[in-house]
Design a protein around this ligand. Sequence first.
Ligand code: FMN
Length: 222
Amino acid sequence: MNALILVGSPKGRVSASWMLGSRLAEGLRDHGVTVQYGMVHHELRSGEGTAKLLDLFDSSDLVVLAFPLYVDSLPAPLTRLLELAAERRGRTSAPGNPRLAVVVQCGFPEAHQCDTAIGICRRFAGSAGMGWAGALAMGMGGSLEGDFRRLPGGGKQILDALGKTAEALARGGDIPDEAKAVFARPLMPRWLYILTGNLGWRLKMRKNKARRPIGDRPYAQG
Ligand SMILES: Cc1cc2nc3c(=O)[nH]c(=O)nc-3n(C[C@H](O)[C@H](O)[C@H](O)COP(=O)(O)O)c2cc1C
């Protein structure tokens, strides 16, 4: 089986999307799947990169979209790539192939914020004649930085969910409901996430010498 992991964050390999997508890729490889990556924002900047990703898309049995939630939806370059991939699908494309799976995370604490984006991907798969293998979604994406071991509980729940997902996808199945439920479980109490998130913003402001109050809207009309 050939799998393509499309990383939809402009932060590339320092993103939460990469952290999750690359760990899923490791699990797929452990089950004999050949995995390639596509860094969507980077590749779509050139015609050559776009053509490369579209060719990989067409020759894959499984495409995994690993992306951050942007305004309840997908980052624009990822949407663009899906539009281009759909345009290329003709009568010769095998129905149900490739299968599409999603790993999405967002900045708000609740995993259900990702439901609209998942719905978009599922409908895309249906209308493009691809298979739909399901989605993993989690909130509190802001706490995913670098190393799973720094997460509460050593990130065990995420690693377990990704492991079960890799196993199921590698044998041609869908993402198990159990993995979805474990992945969606909050990593920490909501109040703690908000507290550390606010502290993080203040530290970033200081580091970047941003002195204005963070609520300022200098370009807002009226
Ligand atoms: C332009 C933009 C729009 C966003 N929209 C949402 C949103 O609608 N809901 C949400 O919960 N988080 C939103 N976020 C937060 C990201 O989903 C979150 O920071 C995520 O963890 C980033 O993942 P990454 O490291 O893979 O880029 C948004 C972030 C940006 C930059």
